[in-house]
Design a protein around this ligand. Structure first.
Ligand SMILES: Cc1ncc(COP(=O)(O)O)c(C=O)c1O
Length: 387
């Protein structure tokens, strides 16, 4: 898989071939036309050009082209957030009367979008990731898309992407994979059968808590054009400043991600042995139900995300989090600092309490996003807060 740094797409900006190390940020939203001929050629797509920022932006386009090889895609479409990327995928490909099969174990924002889809006449069927056979039981000629996240937010559960591909092929459905948790460092959903791969680039791709972005990786030019139509129509193009931050963040991607993954593994192993810890969810642990599938579809590690539960009540868990000195209590994930949070009372509040419990998430379930600090410092902090 091509690494981010290897493919240079930006041409020189001087006649001598000098090239800036970062793409220039083009802040203009409007473009002047040198002639009608040029305008017509830009409009028809014959030449790459720009007319208005809701259509395209040169900085964003350069970053898209630069990052497309990370997932082995033909192209990449950047948009304002991970949720915008999810909505763009659903709005582009789903029609009234068609079905979306989606897992309960998925980022909560999908639920909000699903309520809009239902209003527009799409049938949304929620399945349990622990029972993948439900895909076979529910798939039908009406199924237009299967959407999954693996490992999933927040319990790091794993689903077999190859199996979903086989099922999707029975009815010609599209398979869309949210690869935010795994990152393209560890998992390549296109190679496993996905049609579309999306990311909340706000997370590990950006990596520094300083930008919001969504990335949709397209396997074909046609997909890029389909999604471009939706993005232009609803106005979800990423701004060039965030695109530039994303470019900068990605320069250290290959250094940050393995470190996060090594830290997560060390933390999971430490927590699994600790007498005050009731349960650890991490697909890199041999005891985890997702371990075998994860070994077959992830590489070079299992990512930086895990979840765990302490013995005792929610108050004990809150006390533990407040006692952490080095690890931060914050809501996002995939960044340079190690973070913990309680998804039950944050990212999952879109669902009612009964549903959250049904998905296996407890009020005291802690989600941990490993950062790039020294692992001994992280473990010492967990140890002191646990004691
Ligand atoms: C797995 C996953 N997908 C999508 C999203 C939505 O991304 P954003 O917050 O950038 O809209 C999130 C956000 O936490 C996420 O964790």
């Amino acid at each position: 898989m091509a690494s981010y740094k290897k493919d240079r797409v930006f041409e020189s900006i001087t006649p001598y071939g000098d090239r800036p190390m970062l793409f220039p940020i083009v802040g203009s939203v409007n473009y002047e036309y040198v002639s009608f001929d040029v305008l017509n050629r830009v409009r028809s797509g014959e030449v790459l050009g720009y007319t208005y920022d809701r259509d395209d932006n040169p900085t964003v386009r350069m970053v898209e082209k630069q990052i497309a090889p990370m997932e082995g895609g033909e192209d990449c479409m950047l948009c304002t957030s991970g949720c915008a990327a999810l909505a763009m995928i659903y709005f582009t490909y789903l029609h009234a009367g068609e079905q979306l099969l989606i897992f309960n174990e998925i980022y909560g924002g999908n639920y909000k979008i699903s309520l809009i889809l239902e209003r527009l006449g799409v049938e949304v069927i929620w399945l349990e990731i622990d029972h993948p056979e439900q895909v076979e039981e529910n798939i039908s000629e009406k199924t237009r898309m299967i959407a999954c996240e693996t490992p999933s937010n927040p319990l790091s559960k794993v689903v077999d992407i190859r199996y979903l591909r086989e099922q999707a092929d029975r009815v010609g459905a599209i398979l869309s994979v949210d690869n935010t948790y795994a990152t393209p460092y560890h998992q390549h959903p296109f190679e496993l059968g996905a049609d579309l791969v999306m990311h909340s680039a706000t997370k590990a791709m950006g990596g520094h808590n300083d930008l919001m972005a969504g990335a949709i990786f397209c396997k074909t030019k046609q997909q890029y054009e389909d999604l471009w139509y939706t993005r232009q129509a609803i106005g979800t193009l990423l701004d060039p400043y965030s695109a530039s931050f994303l470019e900068r963040g990605l320069k250290t991607f290959d250094v940050r991600i393995p470190k996060m993954s090594q830290n997560a593994m060390a933390i999971a192993e430490f927590l699994e042995k600790h007498p005050r810890v009731e349960k650890v969810y991490y697909p890199g642990l041999e005891s985890d139900p997702g371990y075998k599938i994860a070994c077959g579809q992830m590489e070079k590690g299992f990512g930086g995300m895990l979840a765990f539960e302490l013995e005792g009540e929610i108050e004990d868990t809150q006390k533990f989090i407040e006692k952490l000195k080095f690890i931060h209590h914050a809501i996002s994930l995939g960044c340079t600092e190690t973070l913990v949070g309680l998804p039950f009372s944050s990212t999952m509040t879109y669902w009612n309490e009964e549903d959250r419990l049904r998905f296996g998430v407890k009020a005291k379930t802690i989600r941990l996003s490993a950062g790039i600090e020294e692992k001994d410092e992280l473990i010492a902090d967990l140890e002191q807060a646990l004691s």
